[in-house]
Design a protein around this ligand. Structure first.
Ligand code: GDP
Length: 408
């Protein structure tokens, strides 16, 4: 039955307008979680940019994820700004692209992203669910650092972004943008976007459906890929210390919007679109992972006729299907077993018969030998008797001859 919503006017104050403030209070109490992955070769300015973004110096500990040579190093920090707590996880790709086998660099990154999805998925599936206490480590944004060559993307950049395009929100940034001239930068940005489009790499685009930030997000989208500069140094300008890079020919202020897109990147990441990045991570990338994993387990939300089924129904169907499969395999096993026993029995019987035949043949041969021996024994006995008779006769004949001799 279609569920229709009717709009009603209340005649007095009810109090549910305080629901958002309750939500805000809870969120402030629990703190916000935000996880950033920085992908880029060593020395491209990842650490410096993170320190500049959060206006601090991140100390790293030893939570390291090894995979061949490329290493994913993730560190979590608790930051506080006006009583709002941010549980921030920064994941850095150490030695990215340094090893000869580029595939291992890519595998380390995709494995890490999948591993974080898997941890969340296990939480969802576990009977003792503790999602509210669970520290979500899914990566909400991947800052992809592009080398400021001015020419375009390297093959590894394209392959890597293509691999992770369905797993994470990619925000491409041109690192060390102070090394590219203003004119070159525009052409560079265009060629990067063209290459990404031609290779079907989907990057993050700020949403335009929220009226309060549509204009701002339009502007932010037009700046992608953000050209950024990072610095840990402070330079005094107009009696204020600002983060900047000081060169013999001048000073580049990282927070000066005419120098680079650093401020816009920070607004996009940490002020305007943080929630959208998290929502897209959950509803787009994680959903895709979850769907694939459930399908791998043989679960689906459509029946055999492509009609939607409830989860309970699906499990029931699955149970019936598994039981049928089990009964079939049991029957198959039983038949196989019986056939094997029958074959064995036949073999044993055949061997028995052959043995019997052999035994009888040997018995017959023995009988013949025995009869032959018996005959020979009889013949020998007769010969012995004859011989004894003859001997007795001879004896008798011999003694009478002797008597005659003596008498004579
Ligand atoms: P990581 O290995 O990617 O973390 O790179 P680091 O942040 O350690 O930076 C490596 C070197 O690049 C350091 O000497 C930084 O001062 C320098 N660097 C960082 N950001 C910039 C930048 O925006 N422009 C320039 N010219 N150099 C930078």
């Amino acid at each position: 039955m279609e569920h229709k919503i009717r709009y009603l006017k209340t005649n007095g104050y009810v109090g549910f307008d305080s629901l958002p403030s309750k939500y805000v209070r809870n969120s402030v109490k629990n703190g916000f979680v935000f996880n950033i992955m920085c992908v880029g070769e060593s020395g491209i300015g990842k650490t410096t940019l993170m320190n500049s973004l959060f206006k601090t110096t991140f100390e790293s500990d030893q939570d390291i994820y090894y995979c061949n040579h490329t290493t994913l190093k993730s560190d979590s920090y608790d930051l506080k700004e006006n009583d709002v707590r941010l549980k921030l996880t920064l994941c850095d790709t150490v030695s990215y692209g340094d090893d000869m086998n580029k595939q291992s660099s890519l595998k380390a990154i995709t494995d890490y992203l999948d591993k974080q999805f898997e941890l969340y998925f296990q939480q969802e599936l576990s009977l003792k669910q503790q999602i509210s206490k669970f520290q979500d480590t899914r990566i909400h944004v991947c800052l992809y650092f592009i080398c400021p060559t001015g020419h375009g993307l390297k093959p590894l950049d394209l392959i890597c972004m293509k691999k992770i395009t369905d797993k994470v929100n990619i925000v491409p940034i041109i690192a060390k943008a102070d090394t590219v001239s203003k004119n070159e930068l525009q052409k560079f940005k265009q060629s990067i976007l063209r290459e990404l489009r031609n290779n079907s790499v989907r990057i993050y685009n700020c949403p335009l459906d929220e009226p309060s930030v549509t204009q701002l997000n339009h502007e932010l989208n037009s700046l992608i890929p953000f050209a950024v500069i990072g610095s840990t140094d402070f330079v005094e300008i107009d009696e204020k210390f600002v983060r900047a890079r000081h060169y013999p020919w001048g000073t580049v202020e990282i927070e000066n919007e005419s120098h680079c897109d650093f401020v816009k990147l920070r607004e996009m990441l940490l002020r305007i679109n943080t929630e959208d990045l998290k929502e897209k991570t959950h509803f787009l990338h994680y959903e895709l992972y979850r769907k694939t994993e459930l399908e791998k387990m043989g679960l689906t939300d459509l029946d055999t006729e492509n009609k939607p089924v409830t989860f309970r129904q699906m499990f029931e169907n699955k149970r019936v299907h598994l039981e049928q499969e089990l009964a079939q395999s049991e029957e198959l096993l039983r038949q196989k077993f019986e056939l094997k026993i029958k074959t064995l029995q036949e073999t044993v019987n055949r061997k028995d018969d052959a043995m019997m035949l052999k035994f009888r043949r040997i018995e017959d041969e023995l009988m013949v030998i025995r009869e032959k021996l018996e005959k020979e024994r009889k013949k020998l006995n007769e010969e012995i008797i004859d011989f004894k008779k003859l001997a007795t006769q001879h004896k008798k004949m011999g003694s009478s001859h002797n008597l005659l001799f003596f008498v004579g």
